[in-house]
Design a protein around this ligand. Structure first.
Ligand code: OFO
Length: 172
């Protein structure tokens, strides 16, 4: 059984994951209308992954005798300025999510809920990988600068950059 504090903290995280999914969906749509097809596909995929993170939490809360709450969500931005700014925002958003996960893990320790603490280790590991992925992409973007040919190749290849390939690039 979950304590009220853990249940609330998990429900807050369900909302964070749902909002993350919407943020990346909005980024995907922005990239698609700009003709950045590869970036759009990358963001659509990322949006689906965040939805999966949300579902995993919903199922866990309900399995443990809590009630996972589906709420309204804040609307993401619709304009991102440039593809460089887009990925910078992705990176900052992942850091925000990592901080949220850390807070959540902290609550489980305070409440001595070691089962939920254990469950959340998957999210802790996932955030390390997602931050590594975002940093890898930002490094590539710095190399491109304002080169149009570089952007063309980046847009073509970004779909192949996965969490796993970024982790092996950075030795994580
Ligand atoms: Fe991008 O992260 Fe969910 O957890």
């Amino acid at each position: 059984m979950l304590t009220k504090q853990v249940e609330k903290a998990l429900n807050d995280q369900i909302r964070v994951e749902a909002e993350s999914s919407q943020v990346y969906l909005s980024m995907a749509s922005w990239a698609e209308v700009k003709g950045l097809e590869g970036i759009a596909q990358f963001m659509y995929k990322h949006s689906d992954e965040e939805r999966m993170h949300m579902l995993k939490l919903i199922k866990y809360v309900n399995e443990r005798g809590g009630h996972a709450i589906v709420t309204d969500l804040s609307a993401p931005k619709t304009e991102y300025g440039s593809f460089q700014k887009l990925f910078q925002e992705l990176y900052e958003h992942e850091i925000f999510v990592s901080n949220q996960i850390n807070e959540l893990v902290h609550v489980t320790l305070q409440e001595k809920d070691y089962a939920t603490h254990n469950f959340l280790q998957w999210y802790v590991a996932e955030q390390i990988e997602e931050e590594a992925l975002a940093r890898t992409i930002l490094d590539k973007i710095k190399l491109i600068g304002n080169d149009k040919g570089g952007l063309y190749l980046f847009d073509r290849d970004v779909q192949q950059i996965t969490v796993d390939s970024a982790a092996s690039d950075t030795g994580v």
